[in-house]
Design a protein around this ligand. Structure first.
Ligand SMILES: N[C@@H](CCC(=O)N[C@@H](CS)C(=O)NCC(=O)O)C(=O)O
Length: 201
């Protein structure tokens, strides 16, 4: 399998953490991809122009991190990161959606803030900041229920919080979210998280 990859993308990190947790990392060849380079050929693999995109052994291209992660989870016989059915599945998928939404708002805020001064929208930046704040408050309320079993929800939350530390360190999210901070301290010490910590260029 080949993964169109970026070392700083939190969505790609979800896939990499999933690959390590499921024992599949050695079966994936990484193809470094800068989606912001006008000359990038990512569109050959993903018409949406985004990473991650996974080229399977059969030559099919899967994209959107939830789809790629669930595909990888289907390839191993260990404990499933996507619970197969029932309440546990919906809880894991809901957590993944919440964390992915936190990442989406963070990325949108960063992109807007990075536009030339005078062309950005303060209303748009504030809208994303509020979405981030509400998502973090919701995660804080649920932090004590996260427990020990790792699911795709936990992985997505870990990658979202890692992205906040990487790109929004000044927000100091831990100050108002102590239970979530405690959970993240333990989760971020997993080998899969340590090996995938984002680094610039
Ligand atoms: N929903 C997608 C989001 C992927 C995404 O937005 N990736 C970013 C990199 S962090 C990207 O490739 N952006 C390029 C673009 O939006 O044109 C997923 O979960 O995989």
């Amino acid at each position: 399998m080949k993964l169109r990859y970026s070392a700083t993308s939190p969505y790609v990190r979800k896939v990499m953490v999933t690959a390590i947790e499921t024992g599949l990392a050695d079966h994936i060849e990484l193809i470094a991809t800068n989606v912001w380079d006008p000359a990038t050929d990512i569109g050959v693999h993903n018409p949406l122009g985004k990473v991650p995109a996974l080229v399977t052994e059969g030559g099919e291209v899967l994209f959107d991190s939830p789809v790629v992660c669930e595909f990888l989870d289907s390839l191993h016989d260990g404990l499933k990161l996507f619970p197969p059915a029932g309440g546990a599945r919906w809880t894991a998928l809901r957590r993944q959606a919440l964390a992915d939404g936190l990442i989406d708002a963070s990325v949108l805020r960063r992109l807007e803030s990075g536009r030339p001064e005078g062309t950005w929208s303060l209303e748009w930046i504030e809208r994303q900041r509020l979405t981030m704040a509400r998502s973090l408050d919701t995660l804080e309320e649920e932090a004590d229920e996260l427990g020990e079993t790792v699911t795709i929800g936990h992985i997505a939350i870990g990658c979202a919080l890692g992205y906040l530390d990487f790109r929004f360190a000044d927000d100091a999210w831990r100050a108002d979210h102590p239970a979530l901070a405690d959970w993240y301290e333990t989760f971020s010490a997993r080998a899969s998280m340590m090996r995938t910590a984002p680094k610039e260029g």
